[in-house]
Write a new protein. Structure first.
Length: 227
């Protein structure tokens, strides 16, 4: 699905953020510091004028989470609001110069939310420990939050299409890492799977009268709820 990068989409996002109830700000617990991250959307630059989500790659020299993809952000400096800190981090990490008028809204991680990892985790190598990445997200999600995942798997591939796809991506900047069904299921540790569970994405609550496209058994998908 391509989300258009246009004014109606901007208004839609702003309205949804405005409807997202936020808790009053409080002082962080002892030993912790306030931080902010930015969900930055830009025009993808493709023919469809779609929207792209910006991520940063953590430096290999960091003590924690090195080499992992992350949302741009960091701690709030003295006297900074979360918005000021997020805008500063966007400039420092990505060279962007957004202003307050570019902020469409604020989210509160103390409230239930949804994390979407659709067709992304199979681009993360085992060495980067993608299961720990999801576990870190889970540990910061409020009860009642949801996790949605779709992932290429190593099953029902008599023609070797998975090997062919991996071969194509070996020439690309992002390598493809398809996984076994138990490995994909591990991403939902700590979540309660929503019916119909981890199934082929063409069979996960399909719209009535909608015919599947492409290979029907190439990718698994599921939704989990944090209790």
């Amino acid at each position: 699905m391509i989300w258009p990068f246009d004014e109606p989409s901007r208004r839609n996002i702003a309205a949804r953020c405005a409807a997202f109830a936020r808790l009053p700000e409080s002082e962080p617990a002892r030993g912790l510091k306030r931080a902010a991250v930015a969900i930055a959307l830009v025009e993808a630059g493709d023919a469809a004028s779609g929207t792209a989500l910006l991520l940063t790659l953590r430096a290999a020299g960091l003590r924690a989470h090195r080499g992992q993809w992350a949302l741009p952000g960091g701690r709030c400096d003295e006297g900074e609001t979360p918005v000021m800190a997020a805008l500063r981090e966007l400039h420092e990490e990505l060279g962007l110069e957004p202003g307050p008028a570019d902020v469409l809204g604020l989210l509160d991680l103390a409230r239930p939310l949804a994390v979407l990892c659709t067709s992304t985790l199979h681009f993360i190598a085992d060495e980067a420990d993608p299961h720990k990445i999801i576990a870190d997200y889970r540990d910061h999600m409020a009860p009642g939050s949801y996790l949605a995942i779709s992932h290429g798997t190593l099953e029902e591939d008599p023609r070797g299409e998975g090997d062919k796809a991996e071969g194509v991506y070996r020439q690309a900047s992002s390598q493809l890492h398809v996984r076994s069904l138990p490995e994909v299921l591990r991403f939902f540790d700590g979540f309660e799977l929503v019916e119909p569970g981890l199934t082929w994405i063409t069979e996960w609550r399909p719209e009535p009268g909608t015919a599947p496209t492409g290979r029907q058994h190439s990718m698994r998908g599921g939704v989990g709820r944090k209790p």
